[in-house]
Structure formats: structure tokens, C-alpha cells
Design a protein around this ligand. Structure first.
Ligand code: PMP
Length: 422
């Protein structure tokens, strides 16, 4: 084994095998609409919307104006105890009005991993409060990604995200179930006992796990199993929330009524860090009982309900609404499906294509590596990303034109042709 220590910029690269990225990092310094520009001057089509977040595209002046105006008025003020700020109140009202859960309360924090930690804590706290103190196990699915804070790490369905942190001891009483398999889920519930299970967390369409839309009826069956067994049904809409699947939330697309919904990314299109949890009445009401003995939900952070992030979210929602971007993703889904079907028909190296909303995955055969396809796409001006299962991620901004999407899939086709003949 080589023992040479590498050096490089002071910034430790995130989620990276350091020796593989040092010296070849792409320094992004500008963005405009669906494109980003490197410090070296290369223009790249953002075919992943960054980490599935830049839904309205990059560098929109309205969001910059909203942030500037809010910072000049009040950057933020915390929302602990009697304090609150007007922006957090206004955003929560707006999110409540558009929520698939009727009459919810909103918890606002800084991102998706935060939202997952809060949702899981709240699920356990909910059952404690209800006097059903053994209900603590959190179930999640194989290949799931729920961020990388403590709960997110422990409930991760991608094993490499769990390894090395005390696999069973970081957050105890967590358990993965096989993906898309109702009978296996039933067996796990029976084995652990519903009296010991607090909730199940699931992405409606798995993202980082390879873009895996659910089999027909699967999510509805999981929801019913939750209802039958007093298990909280927690939908992680960090990727799917705010329009990615052709409705504001995937819960609407699949006709679901979760107890908790986590969201982040699309609420601000990434212009400011913000995430949160939408909480159903039967979960929030016990903490709102008009009595001295009512418990406090002990969770919060300095940036919970950050006023500037909330102001930016409002401007982002205005743009989604004003430009009809949610219905536009439904059109883009149809085009993406047609394009990927053609790609699949044309290339022997494409073993599977999956589409759920404006969200696509292209799985490749073993002889063509998604990593190397993604690298070659960058060379010709397009960003995709390798995901689990030798899969390419396709999730451009909602403002993508038909022509841009066709050119993106053509570029993938060009690289695949080169790789197949190599
Ligand atoms: N849940 C899902 C489904 C995600 O895709 C992500 C991030 N990709 C997270 C949670 C974590 O969000 P964040 O990175 O904002 O903490």
C-alpha cells in the first residue's frame, strides 16, 4: 500500500475518495439558468440540477433580490420560546396551505438531513407522549438515502453510508427492510412486533439509490400496513417535493396521506439552506394541549426558520407558480420517457431506464462504467452523475427546454457509442 500523503486545497472534498478527485476538481464559479460555468471557462448543462436542488435554474435575480431585501431588514431572528420571525410564520402558512396533509404544522430547519433527524425524533417522541413507550424502532428501505446526520446515517439503505460509525450503535433500534417487497416488510413487522415500531421512512421515488420509482400500489400498501399497525408513515420528499414529479408533492401523485413529510432542496431551489417537516394533526396536537403538563418537543437550532432562507423560499415558490413549472415537469417527464426509451433501444449497454416525474435513471451493463460516462459527458459539456447500480442520474432544472433535454440525451448516446466500441 502507498503511504504517501497528498496535499491540496484547505477544503476537504465532501463525499469523495480524496486521491481520485485531487487535482481534477471542477471549480464552479458562475451559473445562469440551466448552465454552470467553471473557473476555467467551461460551460456545462446542469443535467442533475446540482444535487437535485436547482429546480428553477441558477442565479435567478428575484431570489437574490429577496435575500438582499431581507438581510437589509433583518438577516434572521431565532424562533425559540416566545420569539419568532415574520418570514418563518409566513412561509409556514404558505406551506401548510399547499401541503398534501390537511391542517398541518411546520417545523423549519436547515436541510434534508436535519429534517430527517427531526422527523425520526418526533416519531419516537410521539409514541412516548402517547404512553406507548416501547414503540421506538425506525424502519427504512434497502438503497434508501435520508441524509447523513445521525439518524440518516443509521437508517441509510446504502451500506457504505453506514459503515464505520458503530453500525448498530450510532442510533440503535433502526432496521432496514428489502426494497419494494411488501411481504418482506410484513415479515419484519411481525418479527419486531408492531408494538416496538415507531415509524417507517421512505422516499416516494428513491433518488441516490439509483432513481427507483415504486412498483404500482406499493406505497399505498405500505401506508395501509402502517395504519393497520399504528406505525407512522414518513415520506421523505427531499428530492420529490416542490414539483419534481409533476405535482407539488409526490404524496399527491401517488394519492398518499403520510403522517410526516420531510422536505428541503426544492423549497428554495438551493438558493439558501432550508428544510423541514410537515406534521399531521394527530402528531402535533398532543404538544399543543392547553395544560401545564403538556411536554415540550425538545428540538430546535439557531437557524430553524431562518428569516432570509424563508424569504428566499417565498420568492422561489412565486417563480414555480408564476411560470407553471410544476405542470411543465409533467410535460418534461413524457419527453424524458420517450427519449430514454429510444436510448435504450439504440444501445446494448443500456440495461434499464427508469423514469418517475422529471427524474430519470439509466442503468448500464458492467462493461460500461457510469463513472467514466459521467466524466466523458463533462468533457463535452453535460453533467450527469453516477448513482448506485451503475446508473446515470438525469434530473435537470424545470426550466429545461425540449431542445436542451434532447441534446442531453443525444450527448449520453454519443458517449455510450464511444464506450461500446472501445
Ligand atoms: N433525503 C433525501 C431523499 C435526499 O436525497 C437527501 C439529499 N440528497 C437528503 C435527505 C439529505 O438532504 P441534505 O443533503 O440537504 O441534508
Amino acid at each position: 500500500m502507498n503511504t504517501k500523503i497528498l496535499d491540496g486545497p484547505a477544503l476537504w472534498p465532501a463525499q469523495a475518495h480524496v486521491p481520485s478527485v485531487l487535482g481534477r476538481q471542477l471549480v464552479i464559479e458562475r451559473g445562469e439558468g440551466s448552465y454552470i460555468y467553471t473557473a476555467a471557462g467551461q460551460k456545462l448543462f446542469d443535467g442533475t440540477a446540482g444535487l437535485w436542488h436547482a429546480n428553477i435554474g441558477h442565479s435567478h435575480p428575484d431570489l437574490a433580490a429577496a435575500a438582499r431585501a431581507q438581510m437589509l431588514k433583518l438577516e434572521t431572528y431565532h424562533i425559540f420560546a416566545r420569539f419568532v420571525n415574520d418570514q418563518a410564520l409566513a412561509l409556514a402558512d404558505r406551506l401548510a396551505a399547499m401541503s398534501p396533509i390537511a391542517d398541518p404544522k411546520l417545523i423549519l430547519n436547515s436541510g434534508g438531513s436535519d429534517a430527517i433527524d427531526v422527523a425520526c425524533k418526533l416519531a419516537r417522541r410521539h409514541w412516548q407522549r402517547a404512553g406507548r413507550t416501547t414503540k421506538s424502532v425506525i424502519l427504512s428501505r434497502e438503497f434508501a438515502y435520508h441524509g447523513l446526520h445521525a439518524y440518516g446515517t443509521s437508517i441509510a439503505g446504502l451500506e457504505f453510508n453506514r459503515e464505520g460509525y458503530g453500525t448498530e450503535s450510532l442510533v440503535p433500534e433502526t432496521r432496514r427492510v428489502p426494497v419494494d417487497d411488501v411481504d418482506a416488510l410484513k415479515a419484519v413487522i411481525a418479527e419486531i412486533g408492531p408494538e416496538n415500531i415507531a415509524g417507517i421512512v421512505t422516499e416516494p421515488i428513491q433518488g441516490t439509490g439509483g432513481v427507483n420509482p415504486p412498483p404500482p400500489g406499493y406505497l399505498q400498501t405500505v401506508q395501509q400496513l402502517c395504519r393497520d399497525n399504528d406505525i407512522l408513515f414518513m415520506l421523505d420528499e427531499v428530492i420529490t417535493g416542490f414539483g419534481r414529479t409533476g405535482s407539488m408533492f409526490a404524496a399527491e401523485r401517488y394519492g398518499l396521506q403520510p403522517d410526516l413529510i420531510t422536505f428541503a432542496k426544492g423549497v428554495t431551489s438551493g438558493y439558501a439552506p432550508l428544510g423541514g417537516v410537515i406534521v399531521a394533526p394527530h402528531v402535533w396536537q398532543p404538544f399543543y394541549v392547553d395544560d401545564d403538563a403538556t411536554p415540550v418537543f425538545r428540538h430546535g437550532a439557531t437557524y430553524a426558520g431562518h428569516a432570509t432562507s424563508c424569504a428566499v423560499a417565498m420568492a422561489n415558490l412565486d417563480i414555480l407558480e408564476r411560470h407553471g413549472l410544476v405542470s411543465r415537469t409533467a410535460e418534461l417527464e413524457t419527453l424524458l420517457r420517450a427519449q430514454l426509451d429510444q436510448l435504450s433501444a439504440k444501445h446494448s449497454s443500456v440495461v434499464d431506464v427508469r423514469v418517475g416525474g422529471f427524474l430519470g435513471g439509466v442503468s448500464l451493463s458492467d462493461d460500461v462504467r457510469a463513472e467514466s460516462v459521467a466524466d466523458k459527458l463533462i468533457d463535452i459539456g453535460f453533467i450527469s452523475r453516477p448513482l448506485r447500480g451503475n446508473t446515470l442520474q438525469i434530473s435537470p432544472p424545470f426550466i429545461t427546454t425540449d431542445g436542451e433535454l434532447v441534446r442531453f440525451v443525444d450527448a449520453i448516446s454519443q458517449v455510450l457509442s464511444e464506450e461500446e466500441s472501445a
